[in-house]
Design a protein around this ligand. Structure first.
Ligand SMILES: [Zn+2]
Length: 175
């Protein structure tokens, strides 16, 4: 069993500059559309993409392996902007991306949630948040959002991206 400290605390945590983050989310362009345009101001570690979705490591991870999945089309309603088929197709992909995360990181539990706001970060996206085993109860559930942001070195993020990408490709082949 992986130890919580090993899993997350080898990395320094820093306080999110909430004011700056909110300003960027509310007045800047859509961050997902900018990632899709390869805007250098919005760098991303892309773990998987196809004609329908893009998946990348969260730039402000509260947990190691926190991953985002979004449709490539700028949609805002998590239900009403999708047909059932489109929705289920994305969920199928979220299943494999999450399975790859589980196989690699052996989390104790995984949270999958869609947040966002029409006033900022409006492009529909799902968070896949793997909770490391041994994580204290108080840091779970709502506690996760009280954690500071992990500063994960660039090369570590590149390694993780490559491992996840490989496993997702393998899982997708066994459809
Ligand atoms: Zn967008």
């Amino acid at each position: 069993m992986r130890d919580y400290n090993y899993y997350n605390n080898n990395y320094i945590r820093y306080k999110l500059d909430v004011e700056k983050y909110n300003k960027r989310a509310q007045t800047g362009p859509c961050f997902i559309c900018e990632i899709l345009k390869s805007n250098p101001n919005y760098p991303a570690h892309i773990v998987y993409q196809d004609e329908e979705i893009i998946s990348f490591l969260d730039a402000y991870p509260r947990l190691y392996g926190w991953t985002i999945v979004a449709p490539k089309k700028h949609k805002e309603s998590v239900i009403l902007d999708f047909t059932q088929e489109e929705y289920l197709s994305i969920q199928y992909k979220i299943y494999n991306i999450t399975k790859a995360i589980i196989e690699l990181l052996k989390p104790e539990r995984v949270y999958i949630l869609s947040l966002g706001s029409h006033q900022g970060n409006s492009h529909v996206h799902w968070h896949i948040a793997p909770l490391p085993s041994g994580m204290p109860y108080n840091d779970q559930q709502n506690g996760v959002f009280k954690l500071d942001i992990l500063k994960i070195p660039e090369e570590e993020q590149m390694k993780l991206t490559s491992k996840l990408n490989n496993s997702i490709q393998i899982l997708n082949k066994h459809r």
